[in-house]
Design a protein. Structure first.
Length: 290
């Protein structure tokens, strides 16, 4: 990717995050209604619109879904072994180590870098990420099987409906599709503003551990994805999206779950902050390689 294209792709994303951060520093507001708007309305609309009329096929879908699941499970296994060797009891750290910010940040990066074709494939990676964080992720930090939570996420329903419409060539009239698409367009700027705002609520703790965990999240995710891509000779847009999504900074949802279940919440939040700052460097580097 050329330097000019790189700047045009990455700079707007981090400028919007910076605006959200500035708002958080200047004025305290309740962002939960905006999060709900993203999760339950705007996000599903964006996902449906991007998948329903995309050129994604079952091969691409299954390749990305399989790779995403493998990456999450491998990272979970490596984290488990690391905790055993270091005798760490910081179970909350599983969340930022394993799960990347494949929606709030992954969507805009994929869209700005590769257009709607990139976004529709990024959505598939995020679907698997969300399924696992709301099942295995909650089980790890809460010691309860919350698999039902995973299927309450509207984005999963939106992916399935969009894929059915796409694969069966079901016509959606513009009268219906255009409002859905327009509502979906709210998602990306709003999600970036919320991400920036959320970063103002974080206070750094255990900096050394947080930095090591941050390097593991970004570099580890990238290297595992690279190994899978080489092993299965994955190419083209699918390859680019897998590499990009696997190396996203830690998920904001991990921070929310750690706080909800009182599992190392401040340490998890510190990793989210540090990985997001590091992604200022890592995302342009990865895009330059692609």
């Amino acid at each position: 990717m050329h330097a000019a294209t790189l700047v045009q792709t990455v700079l707007p994303i981090f400028l919007i995050i910076a605006v959200g951060y500035a708002i958080g520093k200047l004025k305290k507001v309740d962002v939960q209604p905006f999060v709900d708007l993203i999760v339950y309305i705007a996000g599903p609309c964006l996902i449906f619109a991007s998948v329903a009329r995309s050129d994604i096929n079952l091969t691409d879908f299954s390749t990305i879904a399989g790779a995403a699941l493998a990456i999450v499970l491998i990272l979970t296994s490596v984290a488990f072994l690391s905790f055993k060797l270091t005798k760490s009891d910081k179970k909350g750290l599983y969340l930022p180590l394993v799960f990347g910010n494949t929606s709030y940040l992954g969507y805009p990066v994929a869209l700005f870098a590769f257009g709607m074709a990139g976004l529709s494939r990024a959505v598939v990676f995020d679907m698997i990420n969300s399924l696992v964080i709301f099942s295995l992720g909650i089980y790890i930090v809460h010691q309860r099987n919350e698999i039902r939570e995973a299927f309450k996420i509207p984005l999963l329903h939106a992916v399935v409906i969009g894929l059915v419409v796409n694969l069966l060539n079901i016509p959606v009239p513009d009268l219906v599709f255009t409002p859905i698409e327009t509502i979906g367009m709210i998602t990306i700027p709003l999600a970036l503003l919320v991400l920036g705002y959320k970063l103002t609520e974080i206070k750094l703790t255990a900096v050394k551990v947080a930095v090591l965990a941050s390097v593991f999240r970004i570099l580890g995710g990238f290297l595992v994805a690279l190994a899978i891509i080489e092993l299965f000779a994955i190419e083209g847009m699918v390859r680019n999206i897998i590499l990009l999504q696997a190396a996203m900074p830690s998920a904001v949802m991990g921070m929310i779950l750690a706080a909800k279940y009182d599992r190392d919440a401040s340490l998890v939040a510190s990793v989210v902050l540090i990985t997001t700052v590091l992604s200022l460097i890592s995302i342009p580097l990865i895009l330059a390689m692609l």
